[in-house]
Design a protein around this ligand. Structure first.
Ligand code: SF4
Ligand code: SF4
Length: 311
C-alpha cells in the first residue's frame, strides 16, 4: 500500500493535491482513500491531506502514521512541531520539501536517514498569485515519485477534478503538474509500498483520559486578556504584503479595519504600518486597497532582504 501525506497551509491547495493524486491512482486501477485534515480553518493555518492507494481493498483507516512519501509545500512547517510534518517518518520515507535550500542542508538539519528531495515547487510559477498551483505541482511530483501513474492518467485526473473551474484552469494545472512529473523523471519509482503493519505493531493512540466534570469546571477559562499578540502568526506567511507608500492615499481606515488580525496600525501621519510578527499573509489588505498600493511578494526573498541575508 502507498501512504502519502501532503502538508501545507490553508490556501496552498493540499486538499486539491490529494484529490488529484487519489483520482490518478484510481484511474490507474488502485483502490483509494483521500482525505484532508484541517486544524484551525483559516488561510495560512497548517493543514495536511493524505492518500492511501492499494491494489487490494483498503481496510486501514484514519490519519497516516507511517508515510511512504511526505510532501511539504511550505518549509516553515517543518519547524512547527504541531504541524507534524515529520511524524512517523522512517528510513523508508521519501521527504519532498518546497525549499530553496538544498537537500543536503535539510538532510543534515533533520538528521533524517531517508531520501530528502528539496525542490522549489513554485520556481516555475511566474508570480506569487500563481502559488495556488502548488497543489497541482505536488500531485504531479507525487505521481512521478510513486512511478505507477502514467502521464496521461495524471492529466485525465486533473481534468476530472477541476473541470468545474473551466478549461483555462484545467490547462494551467495540467501544465504545472506535468512539468513537475517530467522534472522528477530521474526519481521515478523512488517511493515504494511499505508492507502492512501487523495488528500488534500499532502504537497506542495518544489518548488523554478526561474525567467528566460539569461545565462550570470543565470549560476553559481564559484569565489573561490580549494574549494573542504573544503568538507570532507571521511565521505562517508564504507571501508578504508590502505597501508602496508612493501610491498610498492614507485611507488607512480601509486596510487597517479589514485586516482580520489587526496587524495594521496607523502612523501619526496617517500611513498604514504592517506588524510582520503577526501578519499571517492572508492578503485581504491587498485585495481591498482601492489604490493597489499593496503588493504580495515571496516571503523568502523579503525575509532575506530584511535580515541582510539571501545573497
Ligand atoms: S487601503 Fe491602500 S491606499 Fe489606503 S491606506 Fe491602506 S495601503 Fe494605503
Ligand atoms: S496585514 Fe494584510 S496580509 Fe497581513 S494579516 Fe492583515 S490583512 Fe492579512
Amino acid at each position: 500500500m502507498y501512504r502519502i501525506r501532503f502538508h501545507g497551509r490553508g490556501g496552498q491547495g493540499m486538499k486539491t493535491a490529494s484529490r488529484i493524486l487519489g483520482t490518478a491512482f484510481f484511474l490507474a486501477g488502485f483502490e483509494v482513500q483521500d482525505a484532508p485534515r484541517y486544524g484551525a480553518e483559516r488561510r495560512g493555518a497548517p493543514i495536511f491531506a493524505y492518500v492511501r492507494a492499494d491494489r487490494r481493498p483498503i481496510n486501514e483507516r484514519g490519519v497516516i502514521r507511517r508515510p511512504d512519501l511526505v510532501i511539504a509545500a511550505d518549509e516553515t512547517l517543518v519547524l512547527i512541531p504541531a504541524a507534524e510534518v515529520l511524524a512517523g517518518i522512517t528510513e523508508h520515507t521519501v521527504l519532498l520539501l518546497n525549499s530553496m535550500k538544498t537537500a543536503e542542508v535539510w538532510q543534515e538539519r533533520l538528521n533524517f536517514p531517508g531520501l530528502v528531495l528539496a525542490w522549489p515547487l513554485a520556481a516555475g510559477l511566474e508570480d506569487p498569485h500563481q502559488l495556488r498551483f502548488i497543489g497541482a505541482v505536488g500531485a504531479g511530483a507525487a505521481a512521478r515519485l510513486v512511478g505507477v501513474i502514467p502521464r496521461d492518467v495524471l492529466a485525465r485526473a486533473i481534468r476530472e477534478e477541476l473541470a468545474h473551474l473551466g478549461e483555462a484552469v484545467v490547462a494551467r494545472n495540467q501544465e504545472v503538474a506535468l512539468g513537475a512529473f517530467d522534472l522528477l523523471a530521474e526519481h521515478a519509482g523512488r517511493v515504494g509500498e511499505a508492507p502492512e503493519a501487523p495488528a500488534d505493531a500499532y502504537e497506542k493512540p495518544h489518548w488523554i483520559d478526561l474525567s467528566f466534570d460539569d461545565a462550570g469546571l470543565s470549560a476553559p477559562d481564559i484569565f489573561t486578556p490580549a494574549t494573542s499578540e504573544k503568538v507570532p502568526t507571521g511565521l505562517w506567511r508564504t507571501v508578504r504584503p508590502v505597501i508602496d507608500y508612493s501610491h498610498c492615499h492614507r485611507c488607512a481606515w480601509i486596510c487597517s479595519t479589514l485586516c482580520p488580525d489587526s496587524t495594521i496600525s496607523v502612523t501619526a501621519e496617517g500611513f498604514p504600518q504592517i506588524d510582520y510578527e503577526h501578519c499571517k499573509g492572508c492578503l485581504i489588505c491587498m485585495t481591498s486597497c482601492p489604490s493597489h498600493a499593496i503588493r504580495a511578494l515571496p516571503e523568502e526573498e523579503e525575509a532575506g532582504k530584511i535580515s541582510g541575508g539571501g545573497g
